[in-house]
Design a protein around this ligand. Sequence first.
Ligand SMILES: NC(=O)c1ccc[n+]([C@@H]2O[C@H](COP(=O)([O-])OP(=O)(O)OC[C@H]3O[C@@H](n4cnc5c(N)ncnc54)[C@H](OP(=O)(O)O)[C@@H]3O)[C@@H](O)[C@H]2O)c1
Length: 338
Amino acid sequence: MSDDVNRQVLLAERPKAKLEESHFTRRDVPIPEPGDGEALTRTLYISLDAANRAWMSPVATYTKPVEIGGVMDGFTLAEVVRSNDPSLAPGDIVECMNGWQDYGVAPARHLHKVSPIKPLSRWLSALGVTGKTAYFGLLDIGQPKEGETVLVSAAAGAVGSFVGQIAKLKGCRAVGIAGSDDKCRWLTDELGFDAAINYKTEDMTPALRAACPDGIDVYFDNVGGPILEAALFQTNQNGRIVCCGSVSQYDTATPDPGPRGVPGLLVVKRIKMQGFIVMDFYARRQQAESDLAAWIVDGKIKVREDIIEGLENAPAALIGLLAGENTGKRMVRVAPEP
Ligand SMILES: NC(=O)c1ccc[n+]([C@@H]2O[C@H](COP(=O)([O-])OP(=O)(O)OC[C@H]3O[C@@H](n4cnc5c(N)ncnc54)[C@H](OP(=O)(O)O)[C@@H]3O)[C@@H](O)[C@H]2O)c1
């Protein structure tokens, strides 16, 4: 954090294959001044999301690509420092898109004020984009019914760890796929998943058969690639595949071709495969926030945050997230909570 300069992390070069720290550069600039109807905010936390890597490619996703030489994009939680709009006052806490820098200026209508709960970091984990992605993706797109089997990949990550826990509290069998034995143990021993598969050491097809003896009713896909294909072949008639993201395909120059079985298996087994973006559900965000908050208070959902200190460590922290270093929701603390 800085009181007199605005430190920025910029995209220096587009990664063509694996992301490296050399794809980023840093610069210090003066703290910007807010204009009419705008507010100046100080970044407290930056959310690190697997999708950040996709935003660095030249191809537009649901957002436009980060510009070369531009501040790296990112969801942030920030404190209002100065406001030229009556809707916000200094000290207010807002969700915003400051990106990877100490300070941002934006029209007040783009800043979403949140309640000052403790710790504030919950607004980037359970109550933020992460929790809401799990909530709406599973409940609205996946539509799990009591007694069904819900499989989720990247299960020990931010979104995945909430998906499995929500599936459990809806009376489903929850099965997770993750990249280490420690992560698998955390899923079953701490979060209450019924089974977990280490995709790096186990053969997916027999492992899925053993973990999902009644087949898969809902597959919440965070990874795409060969894991999606293996799950597709074991999905039951009338099953639902929730396409949330494809992290296995983001950080490579040689993405896998689409899974075999599309469209043949979808037709024969009447499987519904649907993508979504959490922002589609923005109008219903309060419903998700209030359910998630109640489940946390009741101990039905556990929250694990993986907080990396310091803006300067954001590039290494994103590279680490893509390599599976994180358990739970990874974020960067840029300034202490007020
Ligand atoms: N649709 C939406 O609106 C929306 C919103 C937010 C996030 N998402 C998506 O949700 C997914 C999870 O994102 P997140 O930000 O919560 O990240 P995360 O799950 O906390 O971290 C990513 C995890 O992916 C796993 N991974 C990396 N490479 C993999 C590979 N080749 N195969 C299988 N797993 C791999 C790693 O864990 P392992 O150790 O298990 O490999 C890593 O911890 C991403 O696909 C993201 O794009 C979608």
